[in-house]
Design a protein around this ligand. Structure first.
Ligand code: GDP
Ligand code: MG
Length: 448
């Protein structure tokens, strides 16, 4: 998907001015790409309509060319489509027990995800109890026990001769006695949606108070995943969705459509078979991933980065007076991260090339290993700054050899690296002073 969209955007960008026909042509391509990626048909239709209306009606923002404007709109609409915000699983307040029921088709990843969630919440200080409500396959109970043990959380099971609803009830009693405050019911799936499965889930819901019903869907099932989500939501009501197997060769369309079709947010995404492979779902990051980081970031850069206005002014003032210090530098790295990640931005900064030894061309693209290398270099720079005293951060001139030595030790780097960083910082400062003088009021451009 990403590759196809990038082609579309490359074409758009190469144009100076866009006609309505250009936009329509681009929309056709985007539509094709989304459909090919298994995005739900109705969702695609609505999406294209929104983008097109906005793209044609809107004034082009300052600093963007029309092609970039379209990309900006596509990005915003993609994020909106996925729900804009990160959603947490709603837990009961205080020490009250939260009951989560996992639902989904067979093989979707319920049992694995149950154990993944347990690990996450254990880290957050919860005391989970996993409940084996899949009584149709003996292997399913065993699987939950094995995974629970790996995560160091308790698993409740009553074998395979009880009704799931009764197991759930008994598990809740057990939880009350044992002080478990998070009960996760791992239920049975079927190969297809059927009445028995739904009735069983209903019965559990009628027997114990389920606070959150979480649907687990397999991203690899494409269009089907969304139909499944719609049906589960209608029949038993769901509170949120976890999309699994996004690590594989999946086209990701399911993740794009779920919110639009069911109105329910994606909570987490499964990124692998390991029990640590569960990630919070960030609509904006997903959109960036779909569009390809580079495009989105070029855009941000061109639009003159929406950075916290007050801080920007302060920085500009300091730049002009040549007072930019290491604290400001840390602040600017924070702002960069806020703008969607470091490596992509770095690839557009001429100064960074020299810092990372990555070649100093402006706008060069980093491949994955280079990006990783750049992130590491950046992290080391941050570590060095954190190893400075507040006085040193405010006044880089204080840095004599013995102080540098201490900093190198504190950050776990070689002293030559500290020297290099200080030198680069000073060069940057000089450059910023020049930029600062010519800079526009209130607008902040990255100082590199
Ligand atoms: P259930 O039938 O819904 O309980 O599904 P399982 O939890 O047993 O998972 C079915 C298969 O999918 C297992 O082999 C899991 O290891 C695998 N699986 C689950 N989640 C993920 C994921 O996020 N990525 C990958 N690659 N595999 C997953
Ligand atoms: Mg299972």
């Amino acid at each position: 998907l990403t590759e196809k969209l990038q082609n579309v955007f490359r074409n758009l960008r190469s144009k100076g001015r866009l006609t309505e026909d250009d936009v329509k042509e681009a929309m056709k391509e985007i539509k094709r790409a989304l459909l090919a990626a298994d995005v739900n048909f109705k969702v695609v239709k609505g999406f294209i309509k929104n983008v097109q209306e906005r793209a044609i009606g809107q004034d082009v923002m300052n600093g963007l060319n029309p092609g970039q404007m379209v990309i900006k709109i596509v990005n915003e609409e993609l994020i909106a489509l996925m729900g804009s915000e990160t959603t947490e699983i709603k837990l009961q307040p205080g020490s009250a027990i939260t009951v989560i029921m996992m639902a989904g088709l067979q093989g979707a990843g319920k049992t694995t995800t149950t154990a993944k969630l347990a690990g996450k919440y254990k880290l957050k200080g919860k005391k989970p109890l996993l409940v084996a409500c899949d009584v149709y396959r003996p292997a399913a109970i065993k699987q939950l026990q094995v995974n629970g043990e790996k995560q160091g959380v308790e698993v409740f099971s009553m074998g395979d001769s009880h009704r799931p609803a009764d197991i759930a009830r008994a598990a809740l009693e057990h939880a009350r006695k044992n002080g478990n405050n998070l009960v996760i019911l791992d239920t049975a799936g079927r190969l297809h949606i059927d009445e028995d499965m739904m009735a069983e889930l209903q019965e559990i819901k009628e027997t114990v108070e389920v606070h959150q019903t979480i649907l687990v869907i397999d991203a690899m099932t494409g269009q089907d995943a969304v139909n499944v989500a719609e049906e589960f939501n209608q029949k038993i009501g769901i509170d949120g969705v976890i999309v699994t197997k996004l690590d594989g060769d999946t086209r990701g369309g399911a993740a794009l459509s779920v919110k639009a079709v069911t109105g329910k947010p994606i909570l987490y995404v499964g990124m692998g078979e390991k029990l640590s492979d569960l990630e919070q779902f960030y609509p904006d990051r997903m959109a960036s991933r779909i569009l390809g980081m580079g495009d989105v970031l070029t855009l941000i850069e061109k639009a003159g980065a929406e950075i916290d206005e007050e801080k920007a002014k302060e920085m500009t003032r300091k730049m002009k007076k040549n007072q930019f210090d290491f604290d400001d530098f840390l602040e600017s790295t924070k702002q960069m991260k806020k703008m969607g990640g470091l490596s992509g931005i770095m690839s557009m900064l001429p100064g960074m090339g020299a810092m990372g030894g990555l070649g100093g061309k402006k706008g060069m693209q980093l491949d994955d290993s280079q990006a990783e290398e750049a992130e590491k270099k950046m992290a080391r720079m941050e570590a060095m700054i954190y190893s400075m005293t507040p006085a040193e951060r405010r006044d880089p001139d204080l840095l004599n050899p013995s102080r540098k030595h201490r900093i190198a030790k504190g950050a776990g780097v070689d002293i030559s690296e500290v020297n290099r960083m200080v030198k680069q910082f000073n060069e940057m400062k000089k450059m910023m002073k020049m930029i600062g003088k010519g800079g526009k009021k209130g607008k902040f451009r990255l100082p590199f």
